[in-house]
Design a protein around this ligand. Structure first.
Ligand SMILES: *Cc1c(COP(=O)(O)O)cnc(C)c1O
Length: 244
């Protein structure tokens, strides 16, 4: 219908789409918090920008977003390199191959998917280089990804491995353990899955009080995650549209 949009009009249209998506999500987060007596300022929305272009990340930043999530090293690294002037926190939310740790540490501020000792080793080694590159002493923040159904294919350690990994992370000088992350298993009631994760988080925070973040919930299940104490929800399609 009508004339094709100019670049500027397309950008304005996209900004409006994203603004609307964010508004709707924030209302749903507020409602989910209200239901369980939580303050919505306790919940950080990480907008998952995987597959979407750097121009969307810029628009998100203009609209006030400060946390973005990516799951592929190469894509994220290219995007972040073009946007270093924006004050954004980049979250690595995907499964990590050990040999990618160095590359990931160059763009990620938080790694959600540490799930085995060799990754702790790899990230602790590269995190000291990162401090030198970035010329500051900030540690690399990490979360322990837990598998709630012990299916090794989908990433995450078993729940009985969490404290051991936490001890290994705490023993490094360069990693800052912030908490736990999980994806609700297919075919499992997300309420039950996230209640399990909340218990795992309580146990961890008993030992490591500064590791109380719970990264849980995506477009399809973030309300259940908020009910179970999620501090970080990872939302992609409800804000940016369905991925191809
Ligand atoms: C892609 C992805 C998300 C976002 O999923 P949506 O359903 O688009 O909100 C969240 N977490 C992880 C680990 C992902 O890979």
């Amino acid at each position: 219908m009508g004339k094709p949009l100019t670049g500027d009009q397309a950008q304005t249209h996209r900004r409006e789409q994203i603004r609307q998506g964010m508004h709707e999500i924030q209302q749903r987060i507020d409602a989910a918090c209200a239901l369980v007596g939580r303050d919505s300022s306790e919940v950080t929305t990480i907008v998952v920008t995987k597959t979407y272009p750097a121009s969307d990340v810029s628009l998100l930043h203009e609209l006030g977003v400060r946390d973005v999530g990516e799951n592929r090293d190469q894509e994220a690294s290219t995007k972040q390199a073009g946007l270093t002037d924006l004050a954004l926190t980049w979250h690595c939310i995907g499964q990590v191959q050990t040999n990618k740790a160095k590359s990931i540490a160059a763009w990620a501020d938080v790694v959600h998917s540490v799930d085995r000792p060799d990754l702790v080793k790899a990230f602790s080694r590269v995190a000291s280089m990162r401090q030198a590159w970035l010329n500051h002493s900030q540690k690399l923040k990490v979360l322990i990804q837990v598998s709630l159904d012990a299916d090794p294919d989908r990433g995450g350690c078993r729940r009985d491995q969490v404290l051991g990994l936490a001890d290994a992370i705490a023993a490094t000088q360069t990693l800052d353990l912030k908490g736990v992350m999980a994806v609700a298993p297919l075919g499992m009631d997300p309420k039950r899955a996230f209640a399990d994760l909340q218990q795992i988080s309580f146990d961890l925070a008993g030992q490591y009080p500064n590791a109380a973040w719970i990264s849980a919930g995506m477009t399809g299940d973030f309300e259940a995650a908020i009910t179970a104490g999620a501090t970080h929800v990872r939302i992609g399609s409800a804000i940016l549209g369905n991925r191809a």
